[in-house]
Design a protein around this ligand. Structure first.
Ligand SMILES: [Zn+2]
Length: 240
């Protein structure tokens, strides 16, 4: 199901069964842009089917909010120009060399390269893990990038957060909508989930400074700006 959020913005809701995040769609007069590439070819196919059912054009661009598998492994099933920040692309490059045997996956759990939750979800999403093909992006930017889609622009901004070192938001000023990936989550990859005090503080400041009404977080229903700020200000799992 594809939900129309504003005149030019749509999204397909998340699905917790195999940790599929929200996928976004921004319709410009010249080009359409997809936000995040999903966790597999199958995930992307559902999204593209929904797009064509509504008679919307196939996305020309796809942007990645960060490198985590659920937001990026669908890239290989998508015929679109992919855009990521430098750090995301570095992570993809590294993951593109990963093997998907039981042994290799187990080794990554032991050496901390991956976590139990992702390991379980990947096995659930992929009946045949030989199908996993991690691709790098076509266009790589450093801190930010503005994309003019035709009577609407999408601004990509790299913002510091606890969740990962490569988090990017896709802000659409005209519609006061922002796709935030998982930026409001804790760091889930280094033991117990934690927020880092300074990173949480700067994230709250950044969120306050951006003029948006609706935020699309990867794994929940849309949030208001007040809800995003309140969620972050309420967080207590803080170290250093
Ligand atoms: Zn994530």
């Amino acid at each position: 199901m594809l939900i129309k959020l504003t005149d030019r913005i749509y999204y397909m809701p998340h699905n917790e069964e195999t940790d599929r995040p929200i996928l976004g769609y921004i319709k410009g007069d010249n080009y359409s842009l997809m936000v995040d590439a999903g966790n597999s070819k199958q995930h992307v196919e559902i999204f593209l089917d929904e797009i064509s059912k509504l008679g919307l054009p196939h996305p020309v661009y796809v942007i990645l909010t960060h490198s985590h598998w659920d937001h990026t492994y669908g890239l290989s099933g998508l015929n679109a120009v992919s855009i990521a920040c430098r750090e995301t692309n570095d992570h993809l490059e590294k993951m593109s060399k990963w093997e998907w045997t039981d042994e290799a996956m187990k080794d990554r759990l032991i050496n901390g390269e991956d976590i139990e939750f992702c390991d379980t979800m990947i096995k659930r999403e992929y009946e045949n893990r030989d199908e996993i093909l991690v691709k790098t992006a076509d266009i790589v930017f450093e801190n930010g990038l503005s994309i003019y889609l035709g009577n609407i622009s999408c601004e990509l901004r790299k913002i510091e957060s606890s969740h990962a070192d490569d988090c990017v938001v896709a802000y659409i000023p005209q519609e006061k909508v922002i796709f935030i990936g998982d930026i409001i989550c804790e760091d889930l990859h280094h033991g117990e989930p934690v927020y880092y005090r300074n990173k949480l503080k700067s994230l709250i400041e950044n969120m306050k400074a951006i003029d948006f009404e609706t935020a699309l977080f990867g794994h929940l229903q849309p949030l208001t700006k007040q809800e995003v700020i309140a969620m972050l200000e309420d967080e207590s799992n803080i170290v250093i």
